[in-house]
Design a protein around this ligand. Structure first.
Ligand code: PMT
Length: 413
């Protein structure tokens, strides 16, 4: 399997980047750099209007190839003609795709190099709309987008937010890194196609009173990286997330929760409709027995206070104990000492199929960092033998794919 999330995830892929005339065109230099960084070859084709927003010279410099912009240019046709260019591409990515470009494509026009290429290419076409929110919601634009979608074009975006014209709403082009992620996902062999994965991520918050709670340092990065990787591998992904400051990965259905009990309810009610469950959340083991209705006051008399805590239900152990439609169940172990010993103990005690152990006492990995290092342990069953695997320090994105690769191997036996 290719390594996604790393520099070579698009190695050898030929992407024809068609830029039309919208303000988001300025983001195409960054987009091109990031695609090339991952090993893609990028051939830029610009409409005349696009050249008003970003220069062909800039795009030539970042792509390392002369930009094509004219259908009737004898010199260009002598090097790579428009039909050759159409055949060259593994993917045609139109970003930004303006309302005008989308309308011309929907009408089947070939009145410039870009629309001609779209007609002449049998490569998959991804359209990343970008326009003013009013233009985007206009019935004509909506119908044109639906027409392209019906014809098999991939529609990537748009996003909602503040627009260059000052309006707020749907119509922003996806950010370059989101488009890169979609390209990676598009080219990735769909190892988990047809499978469904339920993942928990982030911390839980256990309320003490209306203004205070007990939580931990989980940022959600590890769980979100697994969710992102699973979606890229073709799985249907449900992410039950504690409170984090991360955006939902593309193609992932997210359920937000706060407390361990909320996470328990959301997870157990979804478990039997999923093939795989990965419990990456840092769930509070205990919660305050009573949540004070009003803010607890500091008093002059009391120099100390205590909170009586009760045990939360164990989510992963509950799911692992299911007798019907039990998903392949994977836990995590966050340890600060005797990592293997404690992880193997949790694997047995919680009746898991596999456990991913991390030493969270090591600087630069574990909680709230971009990287991690893991040990995977799985126990003997009648289908597979016990085993282990070390996943050395890498980005959580890369580790997400490696974890899923091992899960896929075992759960398909
Ligand atoms: O979110 P990040 O900042 O990216 O950090 C990632 C991480 C360190 C949180 C992650 O890699 C990790 O280790 N997650 C598990 C944290 C944890 O709670 O570990 P534990 O050893 O206490 O729990 C063992 C397993 O039981 C875990 O799968 C946990 O999700 C699960 N559990 C725990 C308690 C509970 N009530 N219900 C559970 O399901």
């Amino acid at each position: 399997m290719q390594k996604l999330g790393n520099e070579q995830s698009l190695a050898g892929k030929k992407i024809l980047l068609g830029i039309s005339g919208g303000i988001a065109a300025y983001k195409c230099a960054e987009l091109t750099r990031r695609l090339i960084e991952r090993g893609a070859q990028v051939q830029v084709v610009m409409t005349h209007a696009a050249k008003e927003f970003i220069t062909p010279l800039t795009m030539q410099a970042v792509s390392g190839r002369p930009v094509s912009d004219s259908l009737l240019d004898p010199a260009a046709e002598a090097s790579m003609g428009h039909i050759e260019l159409a055949k060259w591409a593994d993917l045609v990515l139109l970003a930004p795709a303006t309302a005008d470009l989308i309308a011309r494509m929907a009408a089947g026009m070939g009145n410039d190099l870009l629309t001609t290429l779209v007609l002449a290419s049998d490569a998959p076409i991804a359209v990343s709309p970008a326009m003013n929110q009013q233009m985007y919601s206009h019935p004509a634009t909506q119908e044109n987008i639906q027409t392209l979608s019906r014809r098999g074009c991939l529609i990537w975006g748009p996003a909602a937010g503040e627009q260059a014209c000052g309006d707020v709403g749907m119509g922003r082009m996806l950010e370059p890194m989101q488009l890169v992620g979609l390209c990676e996902s598009f080219f990735q062999p769909k190892l988990l196609a047809g499978r469904s994965v339920l993942i928990t991520a982030g911390p839980t918050r256990e309320a003490i009173d209306p203004v205070r709670y007990i939580t931990n340092h989980s940022s959600g990065k590890m769980g979100y990286a697994i969710a992102d990787a699973a979606a890229k591998l073709g799985a249907q992904v449900t992410l039950v997330s504690g409170p984090v400051a991360l955006s939902t990965p593309n193609g992932v259905q997210r359920i937000d929760v706060e407390s361990a009990q909320d996470m328990f309810d959301a997870t157990t009610s979804n478990a039997n409709s999923h093939d795989i469950f990965i419990s990456c959340a840092a769930v509070a083991d205990y919660r305050p027995d009573v949540i004070a209705k009003q803010k607890i006051k500091k008093t002059d008399e009391n120099n100390d206070m205590s909170i009586h805590m009760v045990k939360n239900p164990d989510i992963v152990a509950t799911i692992a104990a299911m007798t019907e439609n039990r998903p392949f169940t994977v836990g995590f172990a966050a340890e600060t000492q005797d990592v293997e010993h404690y992880a193997r103990g949790k694997l047995q005690k919680k009746n898991l199929d596999m456990i991913c152990a991390n030493d969270v006492s090591v600087e630069g990995q574990g909680f709230n960092s971009s990287d991690n290092a893991l040990y995977l342990y799985w126990k003997d069953t009648d289908k597979w033998e016990a085993g282990e695997k070390s996943l050395p320090l890498d980005s959580k994105q890369v580790l997400g794919f490696q974890i899923l690769e091992q899960i896929q191997k075992l759960s398909s036996l």
